[in-house]
Design a binder for this molecule. Structure first.
Ligand code: 13P
Ligand code: SF4
Length: 341
C-alpha cells in the first residue's frame, strides 16, 4: 500500500469532531506532506510526540508516540532522539524541555495556550504560598514551567488521586483546576483520607462545557450506555460515570471492554477519533467538544518546525525555572512510581 492508501485505511472510520471525514482523495492530498515530514524526521534524528487530542492525520501519519500527559512525559524522558517535536500544547513541550535541557524541543502550534495553564502565573503561586503557610502546593501538569517551579509536586489525570493521598501533608493547595480539585476532595472522602484541600478558580473550557443534566438525559434515552469521563469534568458528571481516567486510561478501558456497549465519552473529541481509528466498531453517542489549542497543530506546522524552525517554535526555559520545574516533575515520578509498588 502507498502512503495515501495506508492513511485512508486508518482514517476512514473517523467521524468524531470536525477533523473528518477522510476520503481517499483527501488522503492522497496529504500523503506527500506526510512523506516529507517522515523524511525530515529521520534526517534530523527527531521524535514526534503527539497528544491524543490533535488531528488524527498527525497521530497516524507522522507520530512516533501518542498518549496522555504522563505517558508522553515518560516518552520525552526516555528518548534518545536529538530533537523532540511535541504536537500538543506548550506546557507539555515545556515539561519535555525541563527533562531534556540538552535537546531541542520544538512546538508546531503558534496558538500556544491551554485555558488551565494560562490562568495562573508564578507570581500568583508565590502570593498563595504566603497566604497558606504549611500547605503543600500540588499543581496539575497543565501549568507553565514557571508555576511548576513554585510548587512541590505536579500531577496528571492518571495519578492525581494516588499522589494527593500519598504526599505526607494533610494540608494541600491544589491548582489550578477547581473541577478536578473538587473530584480530588470527593475521592479522598471516598478513600477515607482526611486532608484539608484548598482550590484555585481555574477550569478547562472544554471539559467545563459538559453538562450533568444532559448526561442524565442521554443515559435515560440510551439504556446500557457507558459514561466515560475525564477528571477535568465537574463532580456531578463524575458521580454518574461508569469509569473516570486520563485519556490513555480511557483508551485502555475501551480496548479491554468487550460488552459492545455504546459510550458517552466526556473528553475532547480527539479521543473518540483515536478510538475510531484504533478500535473500529466502537459506538459513540452524544456531542463532544474540541480544544482550539490542541487542534491548532497542523501537518504544515509540523513540517515547518522540522524544515525551517523559527525562534518562537523552539522551547526555551531559563536555568533557574528549569531547576525548580524539574524538581516538581521528578517528585511526580517519585510518587507515581511508589503508587505502583
Ligand atoms: P491527559 O493527561 O489525560 O491526556 O489530559 C491532558 C489534558 O489536557 C486534558 O484536557
Ligand atoms: Fe488545556 Fe482543556 Fe485543551 Fe486540555 S483540553 S489542553 S486542559 S484547554
Amino acid at each position: 500500500m502507498n502512503t495515501a492508501e495506508t492513511l485512508y485505511e486508518k482514517l476512514k472510520n473517523v467521524e468524531s469532531g470536525t477533523s473528518g471525514p477522510y476520503t481517499l482523495e483527501r488522503c492522497r492530498r496529504m500523503a506527500p506532506l506526510v512523506d516529507e515530514i517522515n523524511r525530515l524526521k529521520k534526517a534530523q534524528n527527531a521524535v514526534i510526540l503527539v497528544h491524543s487530542y490533535v488531528h488524527p492525520e498527525i497521530t497516524c501519519g507522522v507520530g512516533d508516540f501518542t498518549g496522555d500527559s504522563y505517558q508522553l512525559s515518560k516518552d520525552a524522558k526516555a528518548t534518545t532522539a536529538d530533537v523532540i517535536v511535541f504536537v500538543a500544547v506548550r506546557f507539555m513541550a515545556e515539561t519535555a524541555k525541563a527533562l531534556n535541557p540538552d535537546k531541542e524541543v520544538r512546538i508546531p502550534s503558534r496558538l500556544n495556550g491551554c485555558s488551565l495553564a494560562d490562568c495562573i502565573t508564578g507570581a500568583d503561586v508565590r502570593r498563595l504560598k504566603a497566604e497558606h503557610p504549611g500547605f503543600a502546593f500540588v499543581c496539575y501538569i497543565n501549568t507553565s514551567a514557571e508555576v511548576k517551579a513554585e510548587c512541590d509536586v505536579c500531577v496528571t489525570s492518571s495519578n492525581v488521586y494516588d499522589i494527593v493521598q500519598r504526599i505526607p501533608s494533610d494540608r494541600i493547595y491544589f491548582l489550578p483546576d477547581k473541577l478536578m480539585g473538587e473530584n480530588v476532595q470527593d475521592e479522598m472522602k471516598r478513600r477515607g483520607v482526611a486532608k484539608d484541600i484548598r482550590l484555585y478558580e481555574g477550569n478547562c473550557y472544554v471539559h467545563a462545557e459538559y453538562d450533568a443534566e444532559r448526561v442524565r438525559r442521554l443515559r435515560a434515552r440510551h439504556p446500557g450506555l457507558k459514561i466515560l469521563s475525564h477528571p477535568e469534568c465537574c463532580r456531578e458528571i463524575i458521580a454518574q460515570s461508569d469509569f473516570v481516567a486520563s485519556t490513555s486510561g480511557l483508551m485502555d478501558y475501551m480496548r479491554a471492554d468487550r460488552t459492545g456497549s455504546a459510550y458517552l465519552l466526556l473528553t475532547e473529541c480527539g479521543l473518540a477519533a483515536r478510538a475510531q481509528m484504533e478500535l473500529p466498531g466502537k459506538v459513540f453517542i452524544g456531542p463532544c467538544f474540541e480544544c482550539k489549542y490542541m487542534k491548532s497543530n497542523t501537518l504544515e506546522d509540523v513540517r515547518r518546525v522540522l524544515a525551517s524552525p523559527e525562534p518562537e517554535d523552539i522551547v526555551e526555559i531559563s536555568p533557574e525555572v528549569r531547576a525548580g520545574a524539574l524538581r516538581c516533575i521528578d517528585n511526580m515520578f517519585k510518587y507515581a512510581e511508589q503508587v505502583k509498588d
